[in-house]
Unconditional design. Structure first.
Ligand SMILES: Cc1cc2nc3c(=O)[nH]c(=O)nc-3n(C[C@H](O)[C@H](O)[C@H](O)COP(=O)(O)OP(=O)(O)OC[C@H]3O[C@@H](n4cnc5c(N)ncnc54)[C@H](O)[C@@H]3O)c2cc1C
Length: 327
């Protein structure tokens, strides 16, 4: 492993300042929270930092606070803490479940919410030191001609990674916001706008600049009459990423859908929201036929590759199940 220097920072301001300085010096620097994902990248020499800026030493970034507006979740909150938080379990059970579906207990104890949203793809070509793929500055996405059983069926090209986070689809379905600190100060944006497609940038999964840090996630209080679900299909019962997942939030009243959000995971390079399916559901009573039709609409734009056609039916089934459960 290449030599690097670890810097324990004491404040967000210090972290941003250091990242700015390293970027100016053309040094390769990365922030880490729990380090559970970044260290994997270092081990396989995909990440070769000169500096690691350790955020875990910043006091006060690990919290879950609830008020009338909803929940504010500090960037350093672990997945296990989110999963086990009583208020989250009571009001947003499916968000707790999504956190509990991620990785293994050991990783959930170390891994942070911000780290989960900022994790890099788990594509085997991206994580192979011997493949300089498009996402690492190379010319091609090896999945196109290679083994693409876990790759994108929607929104791909020129890179076909899938976003690996279990939390991201659930949080996007909840209309969460993300707070980012950077050289120009702080900004809060819809989480949905945090992720970028490969058509915008084939080398990055999100909008973070080299000196930007995620500091908080904000989740609005659930609306009256709303129900949320997160369903994940994976190959193994032990830790495994989603091959397909779906998060839905449906708000109903007087027997009909008032509002709906449907977000797919494991099928696209970003958490994939499907406004056309949401629009279809508004004003309807959800029965099997309506849920099936919404599922068809949700997968309408799918363009599978040779090994991942199976994801379409899997995704349709999960959408249908989640919507039927919402009644
Ligand atoms: C074996 C294995 C299985 C896994 N399975 C799943 C799974 O099924 N589902 C799932 O959702 N996830 C899965 N994960 C990912 C796991 O959830 C993440 O490893 C964990 O949440 C990352 O948190 P961390 O704090 O350790 O991040 P780190 O490893 O510290 O960082 C991860 C990335 O996020 C960036 N980062 C971290 N914090 C910040 C911040 N505050 N601001 C800006 N950037 C930041 C880092 O620079 C790095 O690029 C798996 C990981 C492993 C290793």
């Amino acid at each position: 492993m290449k030599t690097f220097e670890n810097v324990d920072v004491k404040s967000v301001k210090e972290a941003v300042g250091l990242l700015q300085k390293f970027a100016g010096e053309k040094k390769n620097a990365a922030v880490v929270g729990g380090g559970s994902e970044y260290l994997q990248l270092m081990k396989v020499r995909v990440a070769t930092p000169d500096y690691i800026v350790n955020l875990k030493t910043i006091p006060g970034l690990n919290y879950i606070k609830e008020d009338a507006g909803g929940f504010r979740i500090g960037a350093l909150t672990t997945l296990a803490e989110l999963e086990e938080h009583k208020g989250v379990q009571e009001k947003l059970l499916f968000l707790s479940q999504a956190a509990g579906e991620a990785a293994s207990p050991q990783i959930r104890n170390a891994g942070t919410v911000a780290g989960n949203l900022c994790q890099r793809p788990f594509c085997w070509y991206f994580r192979s030191a011997s493949h300089v793929c498009l996402r690492k500055g190379g010319e091609i996405c090896y999945s196109v001609a290679g083994d693409n059983r876990y790759h994108a069926i929607i929104g791909g090209g020129p890179s076909y990674i899938v976003h690996p986070s279990d939390l991201a689809p659930a949080l996007v379905a909840l209309d969460a916001k993300i707070k980012i600190a950077g050289p120009a100060g702080e900004k809060t944006i819809p989480l949905e706008k945090f992720f970028v497609t490969p058509q915008v940038n084939a080398r990055r999964e999100n909008i973070l600049g080299p000196a930007d840090i995620v500091t908080e996630i904000q989740v609005p209080a659930p609306k009256t009459g709303s129900k949320g679900f997160y369903y994940k299909a994976r190959e193994r019962q032990a830790w495994d990423h989603a091959i397909v997942s779906v998060a839905t939030v449906v708000q109903s009243g007087s027997g009909a859908v008032r509002d709906a959000r449907v977000v797919l995971g494991g099928v696209a390079p970003i958490p994939w929201r499907v406004p056309k399916a949401e629009e279809f559901l508004r004003g309807k009573a959800i029965d099997d036929a309506a849920a099936q039709k919404a599922a068809e609409i949700a997968l309408d734009g799918a363009r599978p590759m040779k090994d991942n056609v199976y994801k379409i039916d899997l995704a349709k089934n999960l959408v249908r199940q989640a919507l039927v459960a919402s009644v």
